[in-house]
Ligand binder design. Structure first.
Ligand SMILES: [Zn+2]
Length: 384
């Protein structure tokens, strides 16, 4: 069964300026658990004692979600993560020749020796610990190095190999295809008798993180990483809500994710990280289910499916109609119906005229304001 790893508390905190208070970290983890997220990456305990404390609190909450921690390929990082009581440890180490020689002054053999030693150490300390090994910048690294390091990691005890598109390098339909990469790595690993779970970690530098993640799934990936609001380094990674909705509704993945929890979770995170949910963001943006133009609202008021491919109720939301310069009589009738107000045609026209004039000044009319507009129009003739 496909699993989703939410990395909001780890990758998300690599968004410049984002830091969640300890109790908010716990709240986010608890809500992710209620939503049914399979794995929660709770943080990198080495970064600070406060993060280590929060990871420990989250790991000891008896969540159904597996709780994981991030670690460099060093025993001291492994020890810290184990002290937190996590069920999954994510170890990363680069395998690109240029970085190994230019940054670490090592060859691939020495790198693999370090990676395998740390994985074997982690497994010896806690045999039921799930270990994920990520060859950093996987898709731009020498493929043979990735393969050799992955096989060695699996032989040392790694359960998961994560394919990291660290720079958002993959572009669907080109030679840089995540679909082809996942297939190739799985096949080559199988030829060497290695059958780890495959994870994909897709950055969004070119706007293809979600598409690449779906491509990874289609090619047989077992775990997909995402964050709330797609937060993360630079342009971030895959947006959790968009990923879950597509997998559950369109690919019919039979997981127990409760999509109705997404809306509140996004608001909790947005309020506590200072990043507004973009108005036009799919699924969770304020305008995602709001119809504006008169032609649209006329049809949507009869049947929302005319202009919606997703029922907002599935994600705990409702259809809305924007009252502004684009409105028509159908929009006004729809809104008045919500208020329980019945108006004759002449009054409707005057209300519409007033709403349009307000819309031309660059704002929309809410239901409370509309009530007063109705009263106003009953008393005054509106100049055209
Ligand atoms: Zn990342």
């Amino acid at each position: 069964m496909l699993q989703i790893l939410d990395a909001t508390l780890r990758e998300g905190e690599q968004t410049p300026g984002v830091y969640f208070d300890e109790h908010i970290k716990l709240a986010i983890a608890a809500e992710l658990n209620k939503l049914g997220i399979d794995i929660i990456e709770a943080g990198h305990p080495l970064v600070s004692s406060e993060i280590k404390f929060a990871v420990t609190q989250i790991a000891n909450n008896n969540f159904k979600s597996i709780v994981g921690a991030h670690a460099r390929s060093l025993k001291q990082d492994v020890d810290l993560a184990l002290e937190c009581g996590v069920g999954l440890l994510g170890i990363f180490y680069c395998v690109s020749n240029s970085r190994l020689s230019g940054v670490f002054n090592k060859d691939i053999g020495a790198a693999i020796a370090q990676i395998t030693e740390v994985i074997a150490y982690a497994k010896s300390q806690k045999p039921d610990l799930l270990v994920r090994y990520t060859p950093e910048d996987t898709v731009r690294s020498n493929f043979q190095n990735v393969l050799d390091a992955s096989v060695a990691a699996v032989q040392a005890g790694a359960d998961i190999i994560s394919i990291a598109d660290t720079t958002g390098y993959m572009i669907p339909g080109t030679k840089r295809s995540m679909y082809a990469y996942v297939k190739k790595l799985k096949d080559e690993l199988a030829e060497r008798d290695a059958y780890p779970k495959i994870a994909v970690h897709c950055h969004n530098d070119r706007g293809f993180a979600l598409t690449n993640a779906i491509d990874g799934y289609r090619a047989g990936a077992d775990i997909i990483d995402a964050t709330i609001l797609g937060m993360g380094e630079r342009a971030g990674i895959v947006d959790l809500a968009q990923l879950l909705v597509t997998l559950k509704l369109d690919f019919e993945v039979a997981n127990d994710w409760d999509l109705s929890k997404l809306n509140n979770l996004y608001h909790l995170v947005s309020q506590n990280c200072g990043i507004p949910i973009p108005m036009n963001f799919p699924i969770t943006g304020q305008n995602a289910f709001t119809h504006c133009a008169g032609v649209h609202t006329h049809a949507a008021a009869k049947d929302p499916a005319h202009y919606q491919s997703l029922d907002p109720a599935v994600v705990g939301r409702k259809m809305d109609i924007s009252l502004d310069h684009m409105s028509g009589i159908a929009s006004i009738k729809w809104a008045l119906d919500k208020l329980g107000i019945i108006a004759e045609n002449d009054l409707l026209e005057r209300i519409l005229k007033k709403v349009k004039s307000i819309g031309q000044r660059g704002r929309t009319v809410g239901l409370t304001e509309l009530e007063y507009i109705v009263e106003w129009c009953k008393k005054h003739e509106i100049e055209g």
